[in-house]
Every structure is written in structure tokens, then in C-alpha cells.
Design a protein around this ligand. Structure first.
Ligand SMILES: *Cc1c(COP(=O)(O)O)cnc(C)c1O
Length: 373
């Protein structure tokens, strides 16, 4: 490892402790290290409860959760699925894996998620589903999305990979979709290393998802397969970490929200002067600030990318926003998505882990202030 990597303030860092170690050790001592074991079921039960959903089907990661959800809902060739233009590519890829077509929708300028007003114009007779992505911890505006889904007979698959525990009008995310998909990758709000989960209320959908997750092997007749399924299982070791993480999820969220306040206090002056936009929280939203993010337009030749470089020189690691899907080679198109494009060009994710102290956040805010004023 290079020195600079050791001294850098990371964008994200998992918060692991004694409980994670204890439960993992228990798995190893018991011999149940694969996908059968008590922690898998416990994690599915506890996490679905946490999100007010009846069933949890754990998966090997968030991408497989999305693919499993779409497949369980019968999305396939010729179907179209609405996806925000500004998201991580996994959302769009999961649709492509089903031989269906992701159809992109522009973002809302105020809170960066899919803009409900831009959805209807993209609906065709082939549109079967919509995947609202709760970007960087902020919820989508779910009421109009639910209305559109009902009026146009579309499934809702929530992509909650970046917003565990966030709320829309007091209701927890993941409880709105026909199926809701989570990721527990190392940088997510809680982690299992790699891992994911689908949540649903419908028993048949749960059964179908479990079947497909396990090679679609018949429950009655071993090694009999009526369908082509997958191996998308989570391991007992991963679930054991998940249980320990779930025990402190509320604390993690509380810290992340507190840290967001510290950033807002430290950077307020820049926002007031119109130099940056702070990470929003709409009146109807409880943002969990997966990545505390700002929009920086430009200042006397200092571009967003230069600012990122300057901060790196000072030992502060940051990330640019995702590229919008419509500029990436697999999905390139001439259709305009001006808001997603602009957010993508100007957005920065600041260090956001729950392990950050107020002192470190003040230091980061101060460094940004120094560079911009
Ligand atoms: C992380 C992420 C995923 C994919 O999750 P993995 O566990 O990395 O496969 C999907 N969608 C969004 C929005 C994500 O941020």
C-alpha cells in the first residue's frame, strides 16, 4: 500500500466491530459457512422487519438482487423498464440482463432522483416496470410514482442500494415497491462485504424469488429444474456480519445525519454565496446521506475535477458523481437529459463514513472553503 493511501481521508469505510467478529467466529466454529445456516434466515427476517416488509430474500449482491427481482416479476424480451439516467450502472444492467430495454428518465433538479414529471412521456405499451433509485441517500418522490405505476399497470422495483432506513413522508424506503432491492457492498450504509436483498409482501413472489435464486431446483425432486435459475445466494458468514451491522443501523444513520449537519454548517457560507449547493433534504424526506454530496459549478477556472485533485493533494479523497447512463458506450444515445448531465458534471461525494469525527469534517469543510474563497 502506498503511503498516500494510508493517510488519505477515505470517501467511505465500513464500521466493523466485536459483534461482527463474534458472529463470524460462530459461523466458522459451527462449520456453517456456506448459504445454509441460522444467520441467513435471521438476517432476512430482521432486515425485512426493519423495512416494514413481510419477506426478505437475501442475494449475493445488489446487482443480483435487481436481476432476481426483475426475473421474478417476469420482465423479459421486448419489455421496457424505466430507469433514472443518473444512477450506478447496475440498475440499468439488471434490465439488460433480462433482455429487456432500460428507458432513461431525467433527474429532478432539487433532489437529484428520477423526476416524476418526466416519466409519463417515456411510457409505451411495452413499459412493464419502473425502478426508482433513491440516490445518495435521498428518497424519490414516491406518491406520483405510485400513481403512475397504478395508472399504467407498471411494477415498481425500488433500488434502495444507497438509502437503507431513509424515509418518504415518514414511511421507510423499501416498503413501496412490489419488490425492493438492497445492496450490502462494503461502502453501503450497512455491509456484509458483498451482499444484497429483495423484499416483498407477496408470498408467491417470495417463493418464486427463492426458487430462482437457487438454480430453480424443485423443492420436491432434487436436481429437477423446470426453469433456468441462478446461484445468487448470500453466505451464512456474510449474513452474520449483516446481523451485527443491523444491530447498529440506527446508530449509523444517526451519525451520518449528524455528520451531514456538520458539513452543512461548515459549508453554508459557500451555499449562501452561490458557489456550491449543499446536499438537499426535501420537506417530505428523511435523507440518510449515504454519500454527503455537493454540487460545485465552477469558479474562476477552478473546475469540479480540479477541485477533486486539489482536495486529493490535501489528503481528502472524494468522488465525482456517476456518469449519466446515456453517455456510457453500452447505453449511448442522443436523447437529452440536461439535469442528469449537469448534476453528473458538477457533483462531488465528500468523505461520508460513519467513523468520521466532527474534527475531520470541520477540517474537510475548512479545506474546501480555503480553496473556494
Ligand atoms: C451499489 C449499487 C448497486 C449494486 O450493488 P452491488 O452490491 O454493488 O452489486 C445497485 N444500484 C445502486 C444505485 C447502487 O448504488
Amino acid at each position: 500500500m502506498k503511503i498516500e493511501e494510508i493517510t488519505m481521508i477515505p470517501v467511505s469505510e465500513p464500521w466493523l466491530g466485536d459483534k461482527e467478529l463474534e458472529y463470524v467466529t460462530d459461523c466458522i466454529n459451527s462449520g456453517w459457512i456456506s448459504s445454509i445456516g441460522k444467520y441467513v434466515e435471521m438476517f432476512e427476517e430482521k432486515f425485512s422487519q426493519y423495512c416494514d416488509m413481510r419477506y426478505g430474500v437475501s442475494t449475493s449482491n445488489g446487482t443480483t438482487a435487481l436481476h432476481l427481482a426483475l426475473t421474478a416479476l417476469g420482465i423479459g424480451k421486448g419489455d421496457e423498464v424505466l430507469v433514472p439516467d443518473l444512477t450506478f450502472i447496475a440498475t440499468a444492467n439488471a434490465v439488460t440482463y433480462c433482455n429487456a430495454k432500460p428507458v432513461f428518465v431525467d433527474s429532478h433538479p432539487d433532489y437529484w432522483c428520477i423526476n416524476p414529471e418526466k416519466i409519463e412521456e417515456k411510457i409505451t405499451k411495452n413499459t412493464k416496470a419502473i425502478i426508482p433509485v433513491h440516490l445518495y441517500g435521498h428518497p424519490c418522490d414516491m406518491d406520483p410514482i405510485m400513481d403512475l405505476a397504478r395508472d399504467h399497470d407498471m411494477y415498481i422495483i425500488e433500488d434502495v442500494a444507497e438509502a437503507h432506513g431513509a424515509k418518504y413522508k415518514g414511511r421507510v424506503l423499501g416498503s413501496f415497491g412490489d419488490i425492493s432491492c438492497f445492496s450490502f457492498y462494503g461502502n453501503k450504509i450497512i455491509t456484509t462485504g458483498e451482499g444484497g436483498m429483495c423484499l416483498m409482501n407477496d408470498e408467491e413472489l417470495m417463493e418464486r424469488s427463492k426458487l430462482l435464486r437457487d438454480h430453480a431446483m424443485s423443492r420436491e425432486k432434487r436436481y429437477w429444474h423446470d426453469l433456468i435459475g441462478f446461484n445468487y445466494r448470500l453466505t451464512n458468514i456474510q449474513a452474520a456480519i449483516g446481523i451485527a451491522q443491523l444491530e447498529k443501523i440506527d446508530k449509523i444513520i444517526e451519525i451520518k445525519r449528524k455528520n451531514a449537519q456538520y458539513y452543512a454548517e461548515g459549508l453554508r457560507e459557500l451555499d449562501n454565496r452561490g458557489l456550491i449547493t449543499l446536499h438537499p433534504q426535501m420537506p417530505w424526506a428523511k435523507n440518510v446521506y449515504w454519500m454527503y454530496s455537493i454540487i460545485f459549478k465552477r469558479l474562476n477556472g477552478l473546475s469540479r475535477d480540479k477541485l477533486i485533485c486539489r482536495l486529493k493533494d490535501e489528503g481528502i479523497d472524494t468522488r465525482p458523481f456517476f456518469y449519466p447512463m446515456h453517455v456510457l458506450p453500452p447505453y449511448v444515445s442522443n436523447i437529452k437529459f440536461p439535469i442528469a448531465q449537469s448534476l453528473s458534471e458538477h457533483g462531488i461525494n465528500l468523505p461520508s463514513s460513519a467513523k468520521l469525527t466532527k474534527e475531520t469534517i470541520d477540517h474537510i469543510s475548512h479545506s474546501i472553503l480555503e480553496l473556494l474563497i
